[in-house]
Design a protein around this ligand. Structure first.
Ligand SMILES: [Zn+2]
Length: 224
């Protein structure tokens, strides 16, 4: 039922992870491995801890599927989320979304004019909830799309973060997607509407864009 956490054994990978954390000014107490692959095929890693000392958790599937450099590329992406406070910003976004929902709900189901506009003479909370759920659907979809835009921007930012730290994030992402049989090619409009994470092709395109821009700037600096 519960995941089994074990300390990552001493060795090159653990040392490299600790060095990367130090380089990024993240005080990491220890690195753990979790047997997430028993319940989920999603290979990943995350940072957690509320105090000064953080912990890095790497899924065993990530360790099995990728080599050390590729694991570090994914970790650099995850540490990017931590450095850029994406976790807190996502929670804030959810609170705002929930606030909008509850405010709209309170403004409608307790309003007699709301019921009258639909031909009901009296206030009935059951009817109000049904009507509200229909009315809120388009707004809910719009809010969902906005939330996806934000979450997807976070993903692009962290791919760029890993790339700028010198890691081959492309190779790591390709292997993760192939090994976990993720959908690799998704229509971009469908992806933007439904998915909080960009598809592999969208991510690779963005990484290529970043790399081209970087090379262009470097060439201009050399010419000047
Ligand atoms: Zn991410």
């Amino acid at each position: 039922m519960f995941n089994n956490f074990q300390k990552l054994p001493e060795g090159k990978l653990r040392n490299d992870i600790m060095d990367l954390s130090t380089k990024l000014n993240i005080n990491v107490g220890d690195v753990y491995c979790v047997d997430g692959s028993k319940r989920s095929q999603n290979a990943n890693a995350y940072v957690y801890g509320f105090g000064k000392e953080k912990r890095i958790v790497v899924y065993d599937s990530l360790l099995e599927q990728l080599n050390d450099d590729e694991i570090l590329a994914i970790l650099a992406h995850e540490l990017g989320h931590y450095k850029k406070n994406h976790g807190s910003l996502s929670i804030l976004l959810q609170i705002v979304t929930m606030g909008i929902y509850l405010f709209s709900l309170s403004q409608t189901i307790y309003s007699i004019s709301f019921y009258k506009s639909f031909g009901f003479a009296e206030q009935n909370i059951g009817v109000g909830l049904c009507l509200f759920s229909y009315l809120y659907q388009p707004f809910g979809s719009a809010i969902n799309v906005i939330s996806n835009v934000v979450q997807r921007a976070f993903e692009y930012q962290c791919d760029k973060y890993s790339l700028e730290l010198g890691y081959d994030i492309e190779q790591a992402l390709i292997l993760m997607h192939v090994n976990n049989v993720y959908n690799i090619i998704v229509d971009k409009h469908y992806s933007r509407y439904y998915n909080s994470h960009p598809s592999l092709m969208e991510r690779l395109e963005k990484i290529e864009e970043t790399r081209t821009k970087k090379e262009f700037i470097q060439q201009r600096i050399k010419q000047d």
